[in-house]
Ligand binder design. Structure first.
Ligand code: MTE
Length: 300
């Protein structure tokens, strides 16, 4: 497994953990890194990429397989056996099969990237992820020309996931991306946060991260990846297609039917923090080309 630091978004290095309570030092570090590395996303202000505290990222979670409360995943996800772990990769690929996580990691380049993360419930965080590009994994298995979409599936373990008892969603949790979205260099398979292996509540041992889409696209604890020629099922879209479209791009102009999506509350900012305006594509303007010619109020 190789390590590479290619964070073109912000810093030359992630703020060491012992510094992240000292916000002034973090800001200084980020600004310096941004100047050194150049910003790939000019819409994202440097100070907006100050990572959230590890405690917030690991305690304020959504993972309905462990319960619907924000604190439930942190309480219950330690029950998930994450080693050994394997992923079935099937459908329109040259080398389908069951791949162990070690096997995959031995061929991937692990990177550190700080991404804004925006949830459909209008809260946001900034997370320093470790992981690899999904495109590298797709290249490893060889995507066939007929493949137009990638489907993902989460583990289904009633003995380890107490939330599966409740029919809040159809289980297992599933998600999907169009192949060009899946291949975009911002799309990442995360294995860690703050240089520590992912905890169960954040989707250990392997989860998707798509930073320009609402959080629910970033499916956790993945056991299957399927290349297909038709749009795969996506859990929230299936549950309520009027409220959750397949694309789910962060878009301040398209409101959720029950609330505005134009502003967000940054987690960890304290009670009196002002809401901030939400940016189109969560600030990742470089993905706009993927949707040229599409009406994003129709395909939301
Ligand atoms: N993946 C699975 N399998 N089950 C879930 O309930 N919740 C989604 C997404 N991935 C979810 C999931 C939602 S709604 C969000 S906002 C993000 O995970 C939250 O990721 P985090 O808890 O690591 O911040």
């Amino acid at each position: 497994m190789a390590y590479r630091w290619t964070n073109d978004l912000t810093t030359k290095d992630i703020t060491p953990e012992h510094l992240y309570l000292n916000r002034r030092q973090i800001m200084t570090g980020l600004a310096a890194g941004a100047v050194a590395g150049g910003l790939a996303s000019p819409a994202i202000a440097q100070d907006e990429l100050t990572p959230n505290d590890y405690d917030d990222i690991t305690n304020y979670c959504n993972f309905y397989e462990f319960g619907t409360g924000k604190g439930d995943p942190a309480k219950h996800a330690h029950q998930l056996t994450t080693s050994p772990w394997s992923i079935e990769i099937d459908g329109l690929v040259d080398r389908p099969g069951t791949y162990s996580l070690e096997q995959i990691l031995s061929e991937m380049t692990i990177e550190k990237r700080i991404y804004r993360f925006r949830c459909v419930e209008a809260w946001s965080m900034v997370v320093p992820w470790n992981g690899f590009e999904l495109a590298d994994l797709l290249d490893m298995v060889g995507v066939q020309t007929g493949a137009k979409y990638v489907g993902f599936e989460t583990a289904l373990r009633p003995d380890e996931m107490p939330g599966l008892r409740y029919p809040v969603l159809e289980w297992p949790y599933v998600e999907g991306l169009r192949i060009d979205e899946a291949r975009h260099p911002l799309t990442m398979m995360a294995t860690g946060i703050y240089d520590k292996p992912l905890l169960g509540q954040n989707g250990a041992p392997l989860r998707l991260v798509v930073p320009w889409k609402y959080g629910f696209k970033s499916i956790k604890s993945i056991v299957r990846i399927t290349l297909t020629d038709r749009e795969p099922k996506a859990s929230w879209n299936q549950a309520n297609a009027r409220e959750y479209g397949f694309y789910s791009n962060v878009n301040p102009q398209v409101d959720h039917p029950r609330w505005s999506q134009s502003t967000e509350r940054r987690i960890g900012g304290g009670l009196f923090q002002r809401r901030q305006p939400t940016l189109m594509f969560n600030g990742y303007d470089e993905v706009a080309g993927l949707y040229e010619g599409m009406d994003l109020s129709e395909s939301f």
